[in-house]
Design a binder for this molecule. Structure first.
Ligand SMILES: Nc1ncnc2c1ncn2[C@@H]1O[C@H](COP(=O)(O)OP(=O)(O)OP(=O)(O)O)[C@@H](O)[C@H]1O
Ligand SMILES: [Mg+2]
Length: 507
């Protein structure tokens, strides 16, 4: 686009203090930045919304025509990739928390001096650069492999798909291992629908979800009258999958005596219904999956070794999401688009601050968890962009420096030191502002409410909190309301003890 400056080394200063703006501009120019200056909120907004500014924004908290805080969201709505650094002369911890929740990257005090601000600009620039490199990477990765519907840009995953290509067309048994939510079932289906058996049936059995006594007849079927309750003939999943794929999910949960029977079926390629007399030949491709370490179970004699080698002719390990470089952003965007399509409305982008928080989160529930988090964010977002406030507290809380620095989650993507620094600082501040009080609460709760039976009603707790706040605020309702993040009306209503929904019955 002609005339539109690239975000590289562009800084927009929105501040009403000419001498300070002068100092900053001079310093930034020395470091080869191009600066744009706006002396009030309206012209800052115009620079982004109308003139298409993209890059880093240095935003003053107090502006003559508006509160800088209220400018964050409109700016991000116009350009979600902006990195906003908030500068303030006398900002409080509460201001800082609010600014971060709304999507600023850094919060710096003017009293820390111009070099601190230039440092902040440098680290924000490193982040921006990385984002645009990823964008580029995403474009050149446009080429397709056969596994449609499974999104990835991670080199690890691509290597895995290259391997799977070799077995799509064959009948070899594939064992999929990986943590919960890593896409094992998705891959099992892809193996079926991309291969020569695609016109045959794909039959899935959850070996962990069926009572042991039923699993046997579920898999192998039974003749009429084979046992009490067997009132009609029932075909087993093996028979039903004939000519197609049988997906044995949660194979690690299969009881040992059934493992023996399964092994025999696989060796002889024949099944016999319970109570039956004639075995019948079957032609099925077996794909199995488990979140357990089957090899370990073999060592502990909880899983038969011979069966293991039958099932794991081609073992595949699906890496956890946190080890898939670049995938959190890609999948988050994908699930956002999907949710918005389904809802018919919702935010259209994820702010870079929210993305940074997501990228630092370890996702124990992997892709499924990410999808849930995005679906929830789409519902709670009040703006056109998803900001940290829309993410679950758990994501912001685990945003600890150790998670970023410790290599325990496999090889970390290469990130600039500046970014790490930036993230660590952000983390420290989020912890200070949010997580610590929560940890304190958890400890208090441990003491007060040890079991479900000890729990009071949520209404009672709310009532107690309001009374506490009023006491601390010397009865000043406005102050109490502010501290609790409630409206004054709610507080008045509660001190007058008006019944809320459901209270009348329980009281
Ligand atoms: N790479 C991916 N691209 C798009 N969607 C994905 C990807 N991986 C997983 N999903 C989606 O995430 C969800 C979880 O995947 P799936 O059910 O295959 O996981 P799983 O490994 O079988 O989990 P579990 O062990 O809990 O059964 C599904 O909705 C799936 O469509
Ligand atoms: Mg599954």
């Amino acid at each position: 686009m002609a005339g539109m400056p690239s975000p590289d080394r562009q800084v927009l200063i929105i501040d009403d203090e000419p001498s300070w703006v002068e100092v900053l501009s001079r310093e930034l120019k020395k470091q080869n930045y191009q600066t744009t200056v706006a002396y009030d909120a309206a012209s800052g907004r115009k620079a982004v919304v109308e003139d298409g500014f993209d890059g880093i924004v240095l935003l003053d908290l107090r502006l003559p025509d508006a509160d800088g805080m209220d400018l964050i969201e409109p700016l991000l709505a116009a350009r979600p990739g902006l990195r906003i650094i908030m500068m303030t002369a006398h900002g409080t911890a509460a201001d800082e928390d609010q600014a971060r929740q709304r999507g600023v990257h850094l919060f710096v005090s003017k009293s820390e001096g111009k070099s601190r601000i230039i440092g902040a600009v440098e680290s924000a620039m490193a982040l921006l650069k990385q984002a645009s490199e990823l964008e580029h990477y995403r474009e050149i990765l446009g080429e397709r492999y056969r596994f449609e519907g499974i999104l990835t840009r991670s080199p690890k995953m691509k290597k895995l798909f290259e391997m799977l290509e070799h077995v799509v067309d064959s009948k070899v048994s594939v064992l999929l291992q990986g943590e919960s939510g890593t896409g094992k079932e998705l891959v099992a289906r892809a193996l079926h629908y991309e291969g020569p058996r695609r016109n045959g049936p794909f039959i899935a059995v959850n070996c962990g979800g069926i009572p042991e006594t039923l699993l046997e007849s579920e898999l192998f079927g039974h003749e009429r009258g084979a046992f009490t309750g067997a009132v009609a003939l029932k075909k087993g999943k093996f028979e039903l999958a004939d000519g197609g794929t049988l997906f044995l999910d949660e194979i690690g949960e299969m009881p040992l005596h059934l493992q023996v029977k399964l092994l025999r079926v696989l060796q002889e390629r024949q099944v016999e219904r319970i109570g039956g007399t004639a075995p019948r030949s079957i032609d099925v491709r077996i794909v199995s999956a488990t979140h357990r370490d089957l090899m370990e179970m073999v060592r502990e004699k909880r899983f038969r070794e011979d069966l293991y080698y039958r099932l794991a002719v081609f073992p595949v390990y699906l890496p956890p999401l946190r080890e898939r470089e670049g995938d959190i952003g890609l999948l988050a965007q994908h699930f956002l688009e999907k949710a918005v399509r389904e809802e018919g409305k919702g935010p259209r982008a994820i702010s870079s601050a929210a993305l940074t928080a997501l990228e630092a989160y370890p996702f124990p529930g992997n892709v499924r968890e990410l999808e849930n988090i995005i679906n929830r964010a789409v519902l709670v977002a009040t703006n056109e962009v998803i900001v940290p406030r829309d993410l679950p507290l758990g994501v912001l809380e685990t945003f600890r420096p150790e998670d970023r620095v410790a290599p325990q989650a496999g090889p970390q993507p290469e990130r600039g030191l500046a970014e790490l620094d930036d993230v660590n600082r952000l983390v420290g501040q989020i912890n200070a502002a949010r997580a610590l009080p929560r940890v304190g609460l958890d400890q208090a709760f441990d003491v007060l409410f040890g079991s479900l039976a000890d729990l009071p009603s949520a209404d009672l707790v709310e009532q107690a909190l309001i009374e506490r706040a009023l006491k601390l605020a010397d009865g000043n309702v406005a102050e109490a309301a502010k501290a609790l993040g409630m409206s004054r009306a709610t507080i008045y209503r509660r001190i007058r003890k008006e019944p809320v929904k459901g209270e009348a019955e329980t009281a």
